[in-house]
Design a protein around this ligand. Structure first.
Ligand code: ADP
Length: 502
């Protein structure tokens, strides 16, 4: 697994959760998985020590550079047996920076990373290991299959390795001017409409889509949506072209981290069989975020649903609808608790709303706070995800696992996991709206709050708890994909220069 982030080492979003949990599920099914990511300044090793496996030479940007390959090693033998082997590419000039992403030279940084991973497999003989499949994730690793099929196509050690490329979020593509191509060590034959070229620029996401043997998207819904112009982010034609090699596999969640019966961050554990302690978690959450005084025992919270959000602050997540509707949400007698980090514009807008409604809203902005996230999932009654698009979405699955009922827009992974509560059939685990409009979102919030006040509510909560979002089934699908691919005798070739797209 080659990725730009992964728990427990470094996380900015859902990709890290996947890299932190899918490998263990695959290992449980007998797959030998190792993970590699860059060594950023804020990688957290916890109790583990860091061991150097040696240096590799990486020809890049006009010179030969060195990268150190490191491995995280847990302190005890028992922990070593449980730990997924994790390697890190240490190259301070590229990765020892305050943030993970957002630099002008990002594509050079991750191009270097991709190339260094392949050099490691060739040069670091002490590894005594070579994978059958390299599984890449998102644009950061999109150039790896290109290096493999161009620079290393005749390499005896690695030239026949197959690649799987997973699309976690097609919207982030990190397109750069074509002048970067020689700096990345790639020939101009890769710069065609059928390969890396994208409006006269270099597109590493397209590179991954075109050069990898198999593609996956993180839900079935998203896999079909991205083949349409509406969701294809300018690459829908490439995805249609490769539709036979594109599979939707829904992400799971790691129940060792996300489970109300064992969660160490919540003040009172509970389960699907007895969730009476959820009310204690609600009270604790409201105290933690300052909406209830420490001595607020007497306040009756049953009549006041808490709506929560834990999310990157980005327009993808539908915050414009939430901002437009905040007054109406509060008029329904709800509390609103947000934990979010991201776009400045939203930070300011939510700060303002927090000032306007200090008694009923809590805006926890500009920080990444694991503990508060857990408290929100456990302590809320409703979880709001009105996304414009959502490749998979972990928030709604975690919420369901905590018996917190989601209100979502019907898109991507949200549509695959959340179904409207139907009073007639007593089915459904949430509230769903179709079009990206504040009016439709508010109608869903109304339905949710009305149901919350009705005798049917425990049934909705029970349905929420009933979902199975463990990795088992999805890991089995990845395993099958790997096995089929490993059996193929030929590797995939990028389209010929003069091939026409349909
Ligand atoms: P995305 O990957 O698009 O950001 P997902 O819903 O797939 O969205 O995953 C988001 C993950 O990041 C979830 O585990 C969520 O709890 C977590 N998260 C997002 N923002 C924060 C934050 N500010 N503090 C703590 N956890 C956060």
């Amino acid at each position: 697994m080659v990725a730009s982030e992964g728990t427990p080492y470094v996380k900015t979003g859902g990709l890290a959760d996947v890299i932190g949990s899918l490998p263990a599920a695959l290992v449980a099914q007998g797959v030998d998985v190792r993970v590699i990511m860059p060594r950023y300044s804020d990688v957290k090793f916890g109790e583990r020590s860091v061991v150097s496996l040696g240096l590799v030479r990486v020809p890049f940007d006009g010179s030969e550079r060195l990268a150190e390959i490191q491995q995280a090693v847990p302190p005890t033998d028992a922990e070593k047996a449980d730990d997924i082997t994790a390697y890190f590419v240490e190259a301070p000039q590229f990765f020892r920076r305050p943030s993970l992403y957002g630099y002008e030279d990002d594509l050079l940084r991750f191009g270097f990373f991709s190339r260094a991973v392949l050099e490691m497999l060739r040069q670091l003989t002490s590894l005594h290991w070579c994978p059958d499949i390299i599984h890449c994730h998102d644009w950061h690793t999109g150039l790896l299959p290109v290096y493999l099929r161009t620079v290393f196509k005749d390499d005896k050690q690695i030239g026949n390795i197959k690649t799987v490329f997973s699309i976690h979020n097609l919207a982030y593509q990190s397109v750069v001017p074509k002048s970067y191509l020689p700096r990345l060590g790639l020939g101009w034959d890769t710069f065609t409409f059928h390969r890396l070229e994208y409006f006269d620029q270099v597109n590493p996401m397209k590179a991954g889509l075109v050069y990898s043997d198999e593609l996956t998207a993180v839900s079935a819904g998203y896999a079909s949506e991205i083949q349409t112009p509406e969701y294809g982010e300018g690459l829908d034609h490439v995805l249609r072209e490769r539709a036979d090699h594109l599979t939707g596999i829904i992400n799971g969640i790691d129940y060792t981290i996300w489970h109300p019966s064992t969660d160490p961050f919540v003040c009172a554990n509970y389960s699907a069989l007895d969730w009476s302690n959820k009310a204690t978690c609600k009270r604790d959450l409201l105290k933690t975020v300052g909406l209830l005084p420490e001595n607020g025992q007497a306040v009756d919270l049953k009549g006041k649903p808490v709506i929560g959000m834990v999310s990157r602050l980005s327009s993808q997540k539908g915050f414009d609808l939430v901002i437009d509707s905040m007054e109406q949400i509060l008029e329904l007698g709800c509390y609103f608790v947000l934990l979010g980090n991201g776009d400045e514009r939203y930070l300011h807008l939510f700060e303002d709303l927090g000032r306007r409604y200090p008694k009923t809203t809590s805006m926890n902005l500009g920080k990444f706070n694991e503990e508060l996230a857990h408290k929100i999932y456990a302590g809320c009654d409703l979880f709001l995800m009105p996304s414009r698009y959502e490749p998979c979405g972990l928030g709604q699955m975690i919420a369901l696992d905590y018996g917190t009922v989601p209100i979502v827009r019907c898109t991507g992974g949200l549509a695959d996991t959340v179904h409207e509560w139907e009073p007639k059939t007593r089915t459904g685990n949430g509230f769903v709206f179709q079009n990206f409009s504040a009016y439709e979102m508010m109608a869903a919030v109304h339905r949710a709050v009305e149901t919350y006040h009705s005798p049917a509510w425990p049934e909705v909560v029970r349905n929420a708890f009933a979902g199975d979002f463990s990795w088992d089934a999805s890991a089995a699908r990845y395993k099958k994909l790997y096995e089929n691919l490993a059996r193929e005798s030929r590797v995939h070739q990028a389209p010929e220069v003069n091939k026409k797209y349909a």
